[in-house]
Write a protein that binds this ligand. Structure first.
Ligand SMILES: C[S@@+](CC[C@H](N)C(=O)[O-])C[C@H]1O[C@@H](n2cnc3c(N)ncnc32)[C@H](O)[C@@H]1O
Length: 250
């Protein structure tokens, strides 16, 4: 059972456990003939879902979400907010985060200080740079202006960040962004590969980089380490998140 759940993204596991908890509470209440208020019913579902999530090995913050999910729905329903509001909120989140439930790489942005630290890692002569998961295009557009002798590409899977970065970069002749998955990129085309993702894909990304990147090119991960792979260089950035650039010379 645990391995079945482990093969799913955490969001899918959480939803399955939430449904299971609600079905069990409903079944138990029917069997016992007890009556409850909707809020008590939701609290029981939340409690059971949180317990299931603990035993399924979901992260602690998922357990908290599981606990408050059903009660929050009941409380929101009492506010009589028009359903269109929830649809709009859902669609906004969808175009902003797209497949985050699967990739486990949400949108958050590199600081200006990271952009500036990256300037010092670019090759001296003309080069090709890619930002894997380019978000709103801040890294690309900054570097494209500061170092116009480079060519900058971004690959982004979420539609709204892609649109934003396309609008931002459309006047720059040396900068382009594409919609797609970073796993479909050939990293052999680039002199500098930059990634600011999450701990989840790093090991797989390292294997891809090792297989595809050319000798002498540079792989940079902002903040997230690669298991068992010491970087050649670490650059601490004095920003709000205390970012670190981890640099591998391939
Ligand atoms: C942490 S943000 C980094 C944004 C930007 N690189 C920066 O440094 O400001 C990661 C981005 O990667 C995107 N992403 C996640 N998985 C991806 C994938 N498999 N292919 C393409 N983009 C992906 C997310 O949508 C998100 O915008």
């Amino acid at each position: 059972m645990r391995s079945l759940l482990r093969n799913n993204p955490p969001a899918v596991t959480a939803l399955l456990l939430q449904f299971t908890a609600c079905a069990l509470v409903l079944f138990s209440l029917r069997l016992s003939g007890l009556q409850t208020t909707p809020l008590t019913f939701a609290l029981l579902c939340g409690l059971l879902a949180a317990i299931f999530s603990y035993f399924a090995g979901l992260a602690r913050w998922w357990q908290v979400i599981q606990l408050i999910f059903a009660p929050a729905i009941v409380l929101m329903l009492t506010l009589a907010i028009p359903p269109g509001f929830f649809l709009a909120a859902f669609l906004t989140m969808l175009v902003m985060y797209w497949s985050t439930y699967q990739t486990q790489v949400p949108l958050y942005l590199s600081s200006n200080k990271v952009w500036r630290a990256l300037e010092g890692l670019l090759p001296e002569q003309s080069f090709r740079f890619i930002d894997l998961g380019s978000g709103l295009g801040g890294v690309l557009t900054h570097l494209a202006r500061i170092r116009p002798d480079g060519h900058y590409s971004g690959i982004e899977s979420a539609p709204l960040p892609l649109l934003w970065s396309w609008l931002r970069s459309r006047h720059l002749r040396n900068c382009e962004v594409h919609w797609g998955s970073l796993w479909d990129c050939d990293l052999g085309e680039y002199d500098v590969v930059f990634a600011y993702l999450s701990p989840v894909p790093m090991e797989k990304l390292w294997h891809k980089a090792r297989a595809e990147m050319r000798h002498g090119t540079v792989f940079i991960s902002s903040t997230f380490a690669i298991p068992d792979q010491e970087p050649d260089e670490r650059i601490s950035v004095d920003d709000l998140h205390h970012s670190t650039l981890l640099v591998w010379r391939m």
